[in-house]
Design a protein around this ligand. Structure first.
Ligand code: NAD
Length: 371
């Protein structure tokens, strides 16, 4: 049974363009984006920008001259739009860059968001927004002071399956949601690597370095679980409990957790149970409500997603999450309109506050209440 028959699914927003479908024509000015940090995810964003209607890849900032050369050729980037981390502040004089997208390791988001804001550029920073609430506060202040907009790269906020579970939860289509399981984990390191260990000062290992990553899979992947629970319920958690899982690869997980489980409690009485791991694969969202259930599996990664409810399957187009996110942000910034609060720094800081509470709960073995 299709979603339409089952639950009167969302009417798809007009911005949803399935993979392979022709884009609508847009002939106006495009938002000129500079990617700061040219690692794996910057590659996914560059791909997304290739099919974007409202944004284009106009510049880059990187610490590696050879990477700059490769990207310059591949994406036809003018020399004057290429920056190192040292001369990055000169971007203030570059009228051809409207927005800086920070795709660096988590602990570096703060510095480059603030430098971009001071240069008068709008900013998108990757998730997690930063490694502490204090850093998030500085970033929000810097952007407010400079009069620029700050977004967090929450790619699922425009994804049709996620728009639908948000509607099912918040509009109580199956009644009040009582229980959610939302978990995301990837077996990230093989046995040989686990035995060999790593040099924690090697830049490639930043996800295992506490100072650079701020934490382990909770920071990196668990944030999607926290997010989905919050937007499906439409409320904020009031208390958390958490447990670090046993460490199976001590040579890798000496600084950050290998896996963690946690529970969020909400004022409605709803409870969310989640896991996040670098040691095993899991990618699912399940909600049980008074009159039915709904779930996505896979449901938190890049897709394609599969979804079903107790009244039938969900069926939405597979989309390029990065293109869609960039287009929706780009469209608003070009029109000089404020970004919706659910993707701004004000949203990003809420997740970091919850993450800090989860770590405190796991470390102390106590329930932590959130104001
Ligand atoms: P990556 O390791 O592939 O890339 C990191 C980049 O930062 C590299 O180009 C590296 O050279 C550069 N860098 C500069 N200084 C560094 C330093 N001192 N140590 C390490 N790297 C340094 O990482 P990634 O997977 O691209 O992740 C980058 C950011 O994007 C992270 O915040 C991550 O959470 C986020 N991310 C988001 C998604 C998503 O789906 N939204 C997916 C992956 C990563």
């Amino acid at each position: 049974m299709g979603a339409g028959a089952a639950t009167a699914a969302i009417a798809l927003p007009s911005y949803i363009i399935p993979y392979g479908e022709k884009k609508k024509n847009y002939d106006g000015k495009k938002l000129n984006i500079a990617l700061c940090g040219l690692g794996n995810y910057a590659g996914a964003l560059a791909d997304g920008l290739e099919t974007s209607q409202y944004c284009r890849l106009a510049g880059i900032a990187t610490g590696h001259a050879e990477k700059a050369e490769t990207w310059k050729k591949q994406y036809n980037i003018p020399e004057k739009n290429i920056y190192s981390y040292q001369n990055f502040d000169a971007i203030v004089n570059n009228k051809d860059i409207d927005l800086v997208y920070v795709v660096l390791p988590n602990a570096m988001h703060k510095e480059f968001v603030i430098r971009a804001a001071k240069a008068g550029k709008h900013v998108i920073t990757e998730k997690p927004m930063a490694t502490s609430v204090k850093d998030c506060e500085s970033m929000i202040k810097a952007c407010n002071d400079a009069g620029v907009q700050l977004a967090v790269g929450y790619r699922l906020h425009y994804e049709p399956y996620h728009l639908e579970i948000k509607r099912l939860g918040q509009e109580k289509i199956f009644g009040q949601v009582r229980f959610i399981e939302a978990s995301l984990g990837y077996k990230t390191y093989d046995e040989a690597k686990a035995l060999q260990g790593c040099d924690f000062n090697d830049q490639k290992e930043w996800r295992l370095n506490k100072k650079m990553a701020g934490g382990g899979p909770l920071m990196d992947l668990g944030i999607y679980c926290i997010q989905s629970c919050r937007y499906v319920l439409g409320e904020e958690p009031i208390a958390v409990q958490a447990q670090f899982s046993p460490v199976m690869s001590p040579k890798l997980f000496a600084q950050v957790e290998e896996a963690i489980t946690w529970q969020l409690e909400f004022a409605s009485g709803a409870v969310c149970n989640s896991a996040s791991s670098y040691g095993y694969n899991i990618d699912r969202f399940f909600a049980s409500a008074d009159n039915g259930e709904f779930e996505l599996s896979p449901g938190l990664s890049y897709g394609p997603f599969k979804g079903k409810t107790s009244k039938g399957d969900l069926s939405f187009p597979d989309i390029n999450q990065q293109t869609t996110q960039l287009d929706e942000i780009g469209k608003l910034i070009l029109a000089e309109k404020p970004l919706p609060r659910h993707i701004t720094g004000e949203e990003g800081i809420k997740d970091i506050r919850i993450i800090e509470a989860i770590y405190k709960a796991a470390q102390t073995g106590t329930k932590i209440t959130l104001a």
